[in-house]
Design a protein around this ligand. Structure first.
Ligand code: UDP
Ligand code: MG
Length: 310
């Protein structure tokens, strides 16, 4: 019988972990689906690991992974995928914002032969207008980069074993799971789901962390910003040609262009364009630097396989 692994990255989720496990167990047992839960504690500073340890020691269907510190959700997802042994592997948040009923739907679609089942949000939960607009801009760029509509993409997905192996075979350090799982191809479909309200605990994202997450993922996935640099250079060149012709015409007709102001404007404009371009290129170099160091994506301090400590 085929087995489903559910990967749950958890960071400071002490209020939710036990409840999530209970809910998933009830639903999956009721549906007669054989399963394994892979709980990844992403270096929580609260009692999350204690909870996870307790759950896994009592239940042979739970694998628990403990990080040495907080490595971020993407790392926790990859660690979970690496530990999962099921024929199908689902990734869902550890806060019940991804409804477990949808998980069952995803599994049924997988049984019908789909190899990648993506969860698509029908709503974006409670978000400010600014948040929504900037998320729209970010996903616009990501959609162009991947060639898939990413506007309402989420990390709630189910992958076939083959697809999991493909994701794990990618050597890059900075993984953007949401886009990578579309990029790998395979026979895919999607299910719509409604993002639930968070019952307890709080979202781990601040405006600052979201902005840095967006930049990191754009750079990890596309070189489009580098093309902006080239486009900017072409734009500047055209402007300078126009200005040149204009100044020459003025000069030969006896009304030379006023020197100082024009010079200052042109200088400042070119200066900022060059610095901005350097900034973009510098950001890519920083990411390349991080990749070539080849540090591990995460460090595991402890793994518990259903009752047995390792
Ligand atoms: N998460 C994680 N590491 C982090 C931040 C978050 O593993 O550094 C987990 C978190 O425990 C949750 C999921 O990622 O299971 C989604 O986080 P959150 O609910 O804060 O995000 P939101 O739903 O607000 O997008
Ligand atoms: Mg959440």
């Amino acid at each position: 019988m085929s087995r489903l692994s559910v990967v749950l990255p958890a960071y400071n989720e002490e209020l939710m972990t036990a409840k999530v496990c209970r809910t998933l167990k009830e639903i999956l047992d009721h549906e007669g689906i054989s399963y394994e839960l892979v709980l990844v504690d992403d270096g929580s500073s609260d009692g999350t690991w204690n909870q996870i340890e307790q759950i896994s020691e009592q239940d042979p269907n739970v694998t628990a992974v403990h990080f040495s510190r907080n490595f971020g959700k993407e790392a926790a997802i990859v660690a979970g995928l690496a530990q999962a042994s099921g024929d199908a592997v689902a990734v869902m948040d550890c806060d019940l914002q991804h409804p477990p009923e949808t998980l069952v739907k995803m599994f049924r679609l997988w049984e019908q032969g789909y190899e990648v089942v993506e969860g698509i949000k029908t709503n974006r939960g409670k978000e400010s207008l600014l948040h929504r607009k900037s998320a729209g801009f970010f996903y616009g760029i990501m959609s162009r980069a991947t060639g898939f509509d990413m506007q309402n993409a989420s990390d709630f997905k189910l992958l076939d074993r083959k697809a999991v192996e493909s994701v794990l075979s990618m050597p890059e350090r900075s993984m953007f799971f949401r886009a990578t799982s579309s990029w790998i191809g395979y026979r895919s479909t999607s299910v719509l789901f409604e993002v639930q309200e968070r019952e307890a605990g709080e979202s781990k994202w601040s405006a600052r962390s979201l902005i840095s997450y967006a930049f990191r993922n754009i750079v990890a996935f596309t070189t489009l910003p580098l093309q902006f640099v080239t486009a900017g250079a072409v734009g500047c060149f055209i402007c300078s040609l126009i200005l040149l012709v204009y100044s020459l015409v003025r000069y030969f007709t006896g009304h030379a262009v006023e020197g100082y102001t024009t010079l200052l404007i042109v200088l400042l404009f070119i200066g900022s364009a060059v610095m901005m371009s350097l900034g973009i290129i510098g950001y890519y170099i920083a990411r390349i630097y991080e990749e070539v160091k080849k540090r591990p994506r995460y460090i595991v301090s402890k793994i518990i396989h259903g009752g047995k400590k390792k």
